[in-house]
Design a protein around this ligand. Sequence first.
Ligand SMILES: NC(=O)c1ccc[n+]([C@@H]2O[C@H](COP(=O)([O-])OP(=O)(O)OC[C@H]3O[C@@H](n4cnc5c(N)ncnc54)[C@H](O)[C@@H]3O)[C@@H](O)[C@H]2O)c1
Length: 344
Amino acid sequence: MSNMLITGGAGFIGVNAADHFLGQGWEVTIFDNFSRKGTDINLAFLEGKYQSGLEVVRGDIRTDQDTLNFLCNDADVVLHLAAQVAVTTSVTDPREDFEINAFGTFNVLEAIRQSAAKPTLIYASTNKVYGGLESVGVDEGERRYSFADGLRGVTEDMLLDFHSPYGCSKGAADQYVRDYSRLYDMKTVVLRQSCIYGPHQMGIEDQGWVAWFMIATLFNRPVTIYGNGKQVRDLLYVDDLVAAYDSCIKNIDTISGQVFNMGGGSDNTLSLIEFLDFLKNDLQMNVEYSFGGVRPGDQPIFVSDNSKFMQATGWSPKFDTTKGIANLLEWLKENQGDLQQFYS
Ligand SMILES: NC(=O)c1ccc[n+]([C@@H]2O[C@H](COP(=O)([O-])OP(=O)(O)OC[C@H]3O[C@@H](n4cnc5c(N)ncnc54)[C@H](O)[C@@H]3O)[C@@H](O)[C@H]2O)c1
């Protein structure tokens, strides 16, 4: 039996990870301050599904150092997901963003460094560490941007260029995790995640756009497209991300200390306009939308080149966007009653 600590385990990615690892027989401890709306729904789901193996600790990564020390001492793996996750919120309250994402991650690192057990740390970083990708040539097509010069995706040697307080706080944490691995011989992996989507994602206008567009349609809420809607994102279904976490653990002896880009890759890309078309034509969902100004630091196109991680671990994404989006819609419809409190 192995023990996993998941910070932010009651959030979207956390609940999916907890579900997976509990199903594999792990003992899972969720550490979360339940600040994100919908975390109670996620917790009720896990508690209904698993009668044993799950422990829940309410706490804050900014302030509860003693609890983190205690929990890290007891863990084999720490999956660090707790974060302030919206770029827009980071701009209006950069101090809170820094305290949660940078200082909170520092607290988790210190807890592991000082533990006897020295658990493996997997850190959920972000493609935002590459900033606006101004150095990359981009062509503008009718419905989407594409990379110029035949580039298929962004690799890990792209220049780091933190934009927005969120980019800075997550990027600082990303570099701290790398350096703690070098300095203190800790077992770590940093995954720079692209857009993740799937069941349990209670997206809002500021974060989780795939789920948000669908939720807005179900609850008759209007959507604002910031920019011209030709922005392209690679989408990774959450089960594929969780499978990647699993691969990190299994391959930790060979990949420790490394950083990997982690997204849907060039086979799973959509522009916002293409996604709206897909919702309309394939799922008969008519999104009511209007256009707003471009958001600062918004990348015209981001596609992850996953080849480094694929070669290192043998992992590859299994869900295409058609299947993944259908699964998300099914979950949203099944849970529409519970979601009503947040969206109607
Ligand atoms: N979802 C994505 O597309 C995406 C993309 C790139 C990176 N990430 C990263 O993945 C991680 C998980 O993202 P998510 O989409 O599941 O977000 P989420 O908001 O659903 O989950 C974050 C969780 O952290 C908790 N939390 C926030 N502040 C906390 C604090 N101070 N102490 C303890 N818990 C706290 C929240 O209550 C929530 O349950 C984050 O680190 C995020 O930056 C997500």
